[in-house]
Design a protein around this ligand. Structure first.
Ligand SMILES: Nc1nc2c(ncn2[C@@H]2O[C@H](COP(=O)(O)OP(=O)(O)OP(=O)(O)O)[C@@H](O)[C@H]2O)c(=O)[nH]1
Ligand SMILES: [Mg+2]
Length: 151
C-alpha cells in the first residue's frame, strides 16, 4: 500500500493504464466556462451528468478544477476566502459538467450573503437530478472544525 507522506493516510492504488488514459482524455478536450448561477432557476438544463466540488472556503476547489483540466485561470482561485460566490459551471465537451461551488466556514463576505449561498448550496445538493458525485475537499489542518463535520 502507498501512503501519503504528510498525513500517513493510505493512498488509492495507481489506476490501470486503460483507466488513466480514459481520465487523461476526459480532460484533454475542450473545457469551457458556461455560467455562474445565483439561484436554482438559473441552473443550466439538467441534460447531462455533472460532478461538483464542495468544501470550506480556501480549501482549493477552484485550484483543483484548474489542475484537473490543466488550464490555469479557468476557475478563479484566490488567497481570499470566499472568492467563488456563485455555482460555476464548466462544460467538459458536450458530455458532462464540472461544478465549482462557493465555500463555507469563513468566507470574507457579509453574513446575509453567506446565508444565501448556503441555502442555494443545500437546494442544489439535494435537488439536482443529474448530480452524479459531490466531492468534499477537506484540509487536514481544519478537518475537525464544526463547519467541516456537521451534516
Ligand atoms: N499549498 C497549497 N495551496 C493550495 C493548493 N490548492 C490551492 N491552494 C491555494 O489555496 C488558495 C485558495 O485556493 P482556491 O482554489 O481559490 O480555494 P477555493 O476552495 O476555491 O476557495 P473559495 O472559492 O473561497 O471557496 C489559493 O491561494 C491557492 O493557490 C494546494 O494543493 N496546496
Ligand atoms: Mg473557489
Amino acid at each position: 500500500m502507498r501512503w501519503c507522506c504528510e498525513s500517513l493516510l493510505p493512498l488509492a492504488p495507481e489506476p490501470e493504464h486503460e483507466a488513466s488514459e480514459k481520465g487523461r482524455l476526459l480532460f484533454a478536450g475542450p473545457v469551457d466556462f458556461v455560467k455562474g448561477v445565483v439561484a436554482m432557476n438559473g441552473l443550466p438544463p439538467a441534460d447531462r451528468p455533472e460532478v461538483c466540488f464542495a468544501g470550506r472556503s480556501n480549501v482549493g476547489k477552484s485550484s483543483l478544477i484548474n489542475a484537473l483540466t490543466g488550464r490555469n485561470g479557468l476557475a478563479r482561485a484566490s488567497n481570499t476566502p470566499g472568492r467563488t460566490q456563485e455555482i460555476n459551471y464548466f462544460a467538459l465537451g458536450e458530455h458532462s459538467y464540472m461544478v465549482d461551488l462557493p465555500g463555507y466556514g469563513f468566507a470574507k463576505a457579509p453574513v446575509a450573503v453567506v446565508a444565501k449561498w448556503q441555502a442555494l448550496l443545500k437546494n442544489y445538493l439535494a435537488g439536482r437530478p443529474t448530480l452524479r458525485r459531490a466531492f468534499a475537499l477537506i484540509d487536514r489542518a481544519t478537518a475537525s472544525k464544526r463547519s467541516t463535520t456537521r451534516s
